[in-house]
Design a protein around this ligand. Structure first.
Ligand SMILES: Nc1ncnc2c1ncn2[C@@H]1O[C@H](COP(=O)(O)OP(=O)(O)O)[C@@H](O)[C@H]1O
Ligand SMILES: [Mg+2]
Length: 356
């Protein structure tokens, strides 16, 4: 198990120059092998998303009774909420194999043709980041999704022939963080479209306890609740934080996590009681201090804090919008009175003085 190095214990001035990615929900290299071990495999161990789970259970049962393949499913929502995990759970509950790929890996027509032709009857094909599929790949996918065949052309100019190749019946599960960027025709071909919601603190505490059990980490209820509060409604972040807190507990204490240990280590990581990190706070402070609370355009914000605007939109914003610290308006982003209070500014009008 790794320990927190001096380099990772960020001081205020290091923070301003170094990224602090602990609470960002995208997958990082270190997450991959770790996530395999802690991924829930069944609905019972998949915590939260109860409305979605009950709908899916019925759909799965009906498909099994009719001995049919499942309708194509689309899951959308911010990163780290359990889309990939859910696809695995569904495959497991259906008792069918799953093939996992992502749109950027399907750049050439032969990539998607190859994968479609390799499918077995009933199999699930999971395509991550499906909004990034190119037009050609989408067009190959349409008849495959609708009627389970591929149109292949052979020969050149005058001798060109179209060959209709039947495919086994399969279920496509698509996942995207940006449902709005999916083309209409592709979206229409999904029988079931679901949004994943941010998790409540209680649900995140359950995720944390479950992960702690698997990793043999000792944690009490208040410790789990303290980590949950700062996990931005996101299981991937909760799981990452528990590892970091556990490292801290081993180095500084006896390895057990209680509320004090959790709060102390998360304070050192500069993750505040809302789960905001330095990038989030810089973004909000910028809107308050330089733009009098906004509205201000996303590109201006991105340039000023040295972040990519896509990262801000995909990674920082969903949670800030969800908890009401940021608002989206036609004229740009603005903060709310709650943002002023949270960051220790007095009022909207006397906003020049930060208490931090
Ligand atoms: N409902 C859940 N219950 C328990 N753990 C979860 C749940 N959803 C996600 N996780 C954990 O969070 C991590 C990220 O989930 P993932 O499915 O990869 O998110 P996404 O595909 O939406 O980015 C996984 O390692 C998984 O263990
Ligand atoms: Mg995923």
């Amino acid at each position: 198990m790794s320990i927190i190095s001096d380099d990772e214990i960020l001081t205020e001035d290091k923070v301003s120059t170094k990224k602090n990615p602990v609470v960002k929900p995208e997958v990082e290299d270190g997450d991959k092998s770790f996530e395999i071990n802690i991924r829930p495999k069944s609905f019972d161990s998949y915590i939260g998303q109860s409305a979605l789970k009950s709908t899916l259970k019925i759909t799965i049962e009906a498909a099994k009774k009719r001995e049919k393949t499942l309708d194509h499913l689309l899951f959308y929502g911010p990163p780290g909420l359990g889309k990939t995990t859910l696809a695995g759970v569904i495959a497991n509950e259906m008792g069918v194999p799953i093939k996992i790929t992502s749109a950027p890996a399907l750049e050439r027509p032969r990539d998607i043709i190859g994968i479609l032709m390799s499918l077995e009857e009933g199999q699930i094909l999971f395509i991550d980041e499906i909004h990034r599929l190119n037009k050609v790949a989408e067009e190959i996918l349409y008849p495959a999704m609708e009627d389970f065949y591929l149109d292949m052309t052979t020969g050149k100019s005058q001798t060109v022939k179209t060959l209709r190749v039947p495919l086994p019946k399969f279920t496509l599960i698509g996942a995207t963080t940006k449902a709005g960027e999916l083309s209409g025709p592709l979206r229409d071909r999904f029988g079931i479209i679901h949004r994943l919601e941010f998790y409540t603190n209680e649900e995140l505490a359950q995720v944390i306890k479950r992960t702690a059990d698997i990793l043999d980490i000792k944690i009490d209820s208040k410790g789990a609740a303290a980590i949950a509060r700062r996990s931005r409604g996101t299981p991937r972040i909760a799981n990452r934080l528990i590892k970091r807190v556990s490292d801290y507990a081993i180095v500084k204490y006896d390895g057990k996590i209680n509320e004090t240990v959790a709060n102390e280590s998360l304070d050192i990581l500069k993750i505040d009681e809302f789960g905001l990190d330095t990038t989030d706070r810089n973004l909000l402070k910028l809107i308050i201090e330089k733009y009098d609370g906004g509205p201000v355009g996303i590109e201006t914000i991105a340039a000023a804090i040295g972040e990519d605007s896509r990262t801000i939109e995909d990674v920082c914003e969903p949670f800030l919008l969800q908890c009401g610290l940021l608002q989206r308006t036609p004229r740009g982003r603005k903060v709310s009175p709650q943002t002023y209070r949270h960051l220790g500014y007095k009022t909207q009008s006397s906003s020049q003085q930060s208490l931090f």
